[in-house]
Design a protein around this ligand. Structure first.
Ligand SMILES: [Zn+2]
Length: 374
């Protein structure tokens, strides 16, 4: 209060310029000196309260005009302004006062536009999309111990070997006519094809199998699996199990099955399983190498067929304990080798033997090979 009085007095002193406008005989005509002093102070106080009020009013008027210009200007720009570029919209500046309060707090529209959505969509890395694959646990065992001796035949090429083929190629190639003779014999002998999963369901839970079950496997996924084996299997009502190389299909190698052919075969009831991404030995490999070749291949098949890959055929029958643990860890149900025989149990399910069918095997040889089994 004392400070206010002091200020008013000072103002009154500085307001003496008014005395110049007062007539010289003012004191004589009108007032005593004390009254004149009080009058001067009153005038000073009046002037110094009215002038600031006027200035404040002008500021408020200017502020109101500024806000109005900002809002109308922004709303006009919005339709043609890309999202996120709102930050570049200049804030209109008043000539008298810059609004100390952000416009967004006064109006609703500018606030959302200040979110830098455009910058986020460009700078932020894409969210990794998980690429799942089937990891089915083995069907729960019912406690009974079972063993099977179901023949798992192993074919490779079903085609006439090219001229000049080496011994290996000749040994791997069963002529289509001979393959048809094999199927004819198997049907006449009462064999019915089952899948490797059927064997697991029998071993774990006792699911019934046909009286003479057999598994027909085809390694490497050569193109003739689609052109020669597939139509004959369908004609005889048989189901084949094909261990494919996904890298060949990825690259569109014409010597191997394409993804379209694999998909058609799967939809027709053929069982598509994994031989690897490429035909490379897999023993002594580290985790990353195995993941690339095995899980990568498994994901590819499952993505193209929509059906789980549960079994693996070791390329060149090359395996070690680490590889078996890797397969078991990713919940493969089993794996097949080129060891000769027929012996399926849960304990050796990652080392199931097979019966190799050679290019020279006619129906008599096939009968002879099967005769050793129950
Ligand atoms: Zn192979």
């Amino acid at each position: 209060m004392r400070a206010t009085i002091w200020a008013l007095e000072r103002l009154g002193a500085s307001g003496r310029f008014l005395s110049k406008r007062i007539p010289a005989n003012y004191d004589q005509r009108m007032e005593r000196p004390q009254q004149l002093q009080a009058h001067r102070r009153l005038i000073s106080i009046t002037l110094w309260t009215v002038i600031p009020s006027g200035l404040i009013g002008l500021c408020l008027l200017a502020l109101s005009h500024t806000i109005h210009a900002a809002v109308s200007g922004t709303s006009h720009r919005l339709p043609s302004t890309p999202a996120g570029f709102s930050l570049s919209i200049p804030t209109p500046r008043g000539s008298l006062a810059e609004p100390s309060t952000p416009l967004s707090s006064l109006t609703a529209s500018p606030a959302p536009m200040r979110t830098p959505t455009f910058e986020l969509s460009v700078i932020m890395p894409p969210t990794p999309t998980p690429y799942p694959f089937f990891q089915e646990p083995l069907p729960p065992a019912d406690g009974q111990t079972r063993a099977l001796q179901v023949p798992i035949l192993m074919y490779h090429y079903i085609s006439d070997p090219p001229s000049g083929a080496d011994r290996l190629r000749l040994d791997l190639s069963v002529r289509p006519s001979m393959f048809e003779a094999h199927l004819q014999y198997l049907r006449q002998a009462g064999y019915e094809t089952v899948s490797l999963s059927d064997l697991i369901f029998h071993l774990t839970q006792g699911h019934p199998l046909p009286p003479r079950p057999i598994v027909l496997t085809f390694d490497d996924g050569y193109r003739d699996a689609y052109e020669e084996a597939f139509p004959r299997l369908r004609r005889y009502g048989f189901r084949g199990t094909f261990f494919v190389l996904t890298g060949r299909a990825d690259e569109g190698d014409p010597r191997y099955l394409s993804w379209e052919q694999i998909r058609q075969m799967s939809e027709a009831g053929m069982d598509i399983q994994l031989h690897g991404r490429e035909h490379v030995p897999l023993s002594g490999r580290d985790e990353a190498f195995l993941f690339y070749h095995i899980i990568g291949g498994k994901q590819s098949i499952e993505a193209h067929t929509g059906r789980p890959v549960r079994f693996f055929a070791y390329p060149a029958s090359d395996y070690d304990q680490h590889l078996i643990q890797f397969l078991a860890g990713y919940r493969f149900w089993g794996a097949v080798t080129t060891i000769y025989g027929a012996d399926e149990r849960l304990e050796n399910r990652f080392l199931w033997p097979r019966i190799r069918i050679r290019g020279t095997d006619d129906v008599g040889t096939l009968m002879w090979k099967l005769s050793f089994l129950k």
